[in-house]
Ligand binder design. Structure first.
Ligand code: ZN
Length: 179
């Protein structure tokens, strides 16, 4: 165990872990750090594990870092999700995907691409209609609150394949047909 000198500035990831009552282990730092560094992408357990492993091989300082085993990772992800640091969604294949909890997760309509797994806000694409959706969502929450429901949150997600992925898929199909 290394002793952190008290003069060192508090790492934001350590601060988050402490604030949520979690132990500041190396594994917790790595998992949360990775997801915070890629806030727009959701990962399955397997994807997260392989990303973390290739990350630790690349930076060269990962002696022992690659030993983050599956069970540890699963438990860690569960804990991080329980305390609200991660958002868990189930994709069309009923696989759980995790990402850093977006600040805008409330009622902002967003789009989850089932191909590249990027998560994009939809305000731009929907223009004025996005506001209508948000107003409708807020009204629904207000109504439920008035009826005594508590701890409400709402997630407006549209799922599908984004324009970039759709274009790429069409292009590759055309290439196949040409050869
Ligand atoms: Zn996509």
């Amino acid at each position: 165990m290394s002793v952190v000198p008290s003069s060192s500035p508090v790492d934001p990831i350590d601060a988050l872990l402490s604030a949520h009552g979690l132990r500041r282990t190396g594994a917790a730092r790595r998992v949360l750090g990775w997801l915070l560094a890629h806030p727009d992408t959701s990962y399955t357990h397997a994807q997260l594990q392989s990303s973390l492993q290739s990350d630790s091989t690349q930076d060269g300082q990962g002696a022992g870092a690659a030993t983050l085993d599956r069970v540890t990772l699963y438990r860690l992800i569960d804990r991080l999700t329980q305390v609200g640091l991660l958002l868990c969604r189930v994709d069309v294949h009923r696989v759980r995907r995790y990402q850093a909890m977006p600040a805008s997760v409330h009622a902002l309509p967003h789009f989850e691409c089932q191909s590249c797994h990027r998560d994009q806000p939809l305000q731009g694409a929907l223009q004025g209609n996005a506001q209508d959706l948000e107003v409708a969502a807020q009204n629904a929450l207000q109504t439920l609150k008035a009826l005594g429901y508590q701890g409400l949150s709402l997630d407006l997600a549209v799922r599908g394949v984004c324009a970039d992925c759709a274009t790429a898929a069409t292009a590759s199909t055309n290439r196949h047909e040409a050869t």
